[in-house]
Every structure is written in C-alpha cells, then in structure tokens.
Design a protein around this ligand. Structure first.
Ligand code: GDP
Ligand code: MG
Length: 319
C-alpha cells in the first residue's frame, strides 16, 4: 500500500493550537456522489478498513445510502454512499438522481468522485452539472483511479476542476491503492462543522444486520446472473432470527424481480442457480455474522415495484 500513511492533516496540522487550548471536535455528514463504478464503495472500504459496502464489477450495485462512520482523533466523519448518478432517462434512474440530491441536501460536505480515465468523461460532466445545482454545501472532487491514467492527464484534469468556482478543492486519489486518502480525509474534516460527535464514537454504521444480509444476497444474484438480470432487483429480508440455543441464524429472503422470465433465470434449470445463489450467500453470511446460517430464498415477481414509492420505502431505497 503506498498510501503515504502519516498523520492526518486535518487532525495534526490543519488546526493550530495555543497552549492549553482544547482542540475542537468536528462531526458531520459527507455525501459521496459519483457515477456507477467510479469507486465509491472501494473508497469507503479503504477508509473504514473493512467490508462496508459491496464492491462488484457490475455498475450500480449500491442503491441504498450506506452510512459508514469514521471516528478518528477529534473528528467523526459520517459518510453517505449515495446511489450512482446515472445518465439514463428511465423513471427509476431519475429516482436515483433525486435520492442522490436528497442525500446531498442533508450533507455538510459533498464528495464528488470522478474517474481519471478518459472513457468516463461523459459521466464526469453529468456529475458536475448536478453539483452546480446544489448550492450552499462545499464540494470536494476526488479524481479516482489515478493508478490507471497517465500522470499528465491526471494533472490536466485536477487543474481544470480546480478552476471551477463552485468546487472547493480537487484531489487526485487511488481508492484501490490508498494514495491521496490522508489528504482527502484532512480536507473533508476541515470542512466539517465544529460539533460534538453526532453518533456514539464506537459506532461504525447505522445500517442494520438485515440490510447487510440483503446486500450480500443481492450481490450473489448479480454475480451469478451476469448481465441477464438488470440491477433493479431487490432483496427483502422477511425473517432474521437468531436461535441462540442452536447457535443458528435463520434468514428468509425474497428476491423481487420484475418479470416471469427473470424469475426463471434466477431460479435456473432444476433450481440450480438459486441453489448456487443460496450456497454462496450462506458462506458469506456465515463469515459476516460468525454464526451458522439457515437460509431460505424465494423469488417473487413484483411487477412495477420500481414505480411504487411504498415498496421503495419498505426496501429502504426511498427515505
Ligand atoms: P462504485 O460503483 O462507485 O461503488 O464503484 P466500486 O467501488 O464498486 O468500484 C468499481 C470498480 O472499480 C471495482 O472493480 C474496483 O476495484 C475498481 N476501482 C475502484 N477504485 C479504483 C482505483 O483507484 N483504481 C483502480 N485501478 N480501480 C479502482
Ligand atoms: Mg458501490
């Protein structure tokens, strides 16, 4: 890891203290915005040092705002990982854009992630146009994946964004390798309001165990169905019950799909695929919860659930 690990700037150098003066605590919300696949989950995982958001190669896997809380010295940074800001015109994608905007309205700082890769330029421009619409919140741009781009291209991009008036600061990073992360954290912390911690300082997320369970299962559906199932499926946890005596966690989950043919795909020939989804999910669930898991999976066609606000709320997609 070439992260240049050293003290975090915002903590040690950013605030100059007079002798005897108490350092102010800073706590607040940072909304991460960025197109699918730009590396938002990777960044959260890197900062938290653990498996906090699900990372896959398939775009758009983070649909719900995941909140990770980084407690560090005199600061508490609460990250909301907003859904990918997406180019599509579809109603559902508009919903995503809307929920990204909502999340950022509650933020103290917006962290916009763009890619240093040329191929993502169009996504970057779209994100900038959304940023411009959100006023009154400082915006920091992280140019990610610098390990995959030429130094000169990175420099050019950073310089270009640095000149945009509504952007507070632009920093090059590699979420994957860990470079630039200390500087980024320092910048974010300096922009947070002085406030006592908003959450208990031993808390790392406010997401429920049910949510983690559903994300683990959802990831397996993506991985095993490849491109046949659109990202807009949902996994609802109907039962999540620990039997302490037997040392067993019983989980019942429903995989909601839009159409009959999608149901057939998820189930697979002779139920082979759903069995595999169940097996891989159970392995991960057992590792995550450190207990034996009994997993029951159902596939249900829930037509138009994407357009049903009540359903979206129930699944935690709309707040
Ligand atoms: P998200 O959709 O924005 O949450 O993106 P993910 O965090 O899921 O990352 C998408 C893909 O990009 C994954 O394959 C990551 O390993 C990869 N990725 C993320 N950050 C970097 C980076 O700094 N460098 C490189 N080379 N790949 C990265
Ligand atoms: Mg993600």
């Amino acid at each position: 890891m070439n992260s240049g690990v050293g003290g975090l700037k915002g903590q040690k150098e950013g605030v100059s203290l007079k002798q005897g003066e108490k350092q102010a605590f800073r706590s607040g919300f940072v909304a991460i915005m960025g197109p699918p696949n730009v590396g938002k989950s990777t960044l959260i995982n890197r900062i938290m040092g653990g498996h906090f958001a699900i990372v896959t190669k398939k775009p758009q896997t983070t649909r719900t705002a995941i909140r990770a809380i980084k407690n560090m010295g005199y600061s508490q940074v609460i990250f909301t990982d907003t859904p990918g800001v997406h180019l599509s015109q579809k109603a559902f994608n508009k919903l995503l854009v809307q929920s990204a905007k909502n999340a950022s309205r509650e933020a103290d700082v917006i962290l916009a992630m763009v890619s240093a890769q040329k191929s993502q330029e169009e996504d970057n421009e779209f994100l900038l146009s959304i940023l411009e619409e959100i006023v009154g919140v400082p915006k920091v741009v992280a140019v990610n994946k610098i390990d995959k781009a030429h130094d000169l291209d990175v420099k050019e991009l950073v310089e270009r964004y640095s000149q945009i008036p509504f952007i507070h600061k632009t920093l090059p990073i590699s979420a994957l390798l860990g470079s630039g992360i200390d500087e980024l954290m320092g910048t974010l912390i300096d922009l947070l309001p002085e406030s006592p911690p908003l959450f208990p300082t031993d808390m790392e997320t406010d997401m429920t165990e049910r949510f983690f369970a559903s994300e683990i299962i959802r990831e397996k559906v993506f991985l095993l169905t490849r491109n046949e199932i659109p990202y807009d499926i949902a996994v609802e946890i109907e039962q999540f019950k620990e039997d302490a005596e037997k040392g067993l966690l019983k989980i019942s989950a429903v995989i909601h799909v839009n159409r009959e043919n999608q149901k057939r795909i998820v189930i697979g020939k002779n139920g082979n695929l759903i069995k595999k989804i169940g097996m891989l999910s159970r392995q991960d669930l057992e590792e995550f919860f450190q207990i034996h898991v009994f997993l029951e999976l159902w596939v249900r066609v829930s037509r138009n659930w994407m357009k049903n606000p009540n359903m979206l709320k129930e699944l935690g997609i709309l707040t």
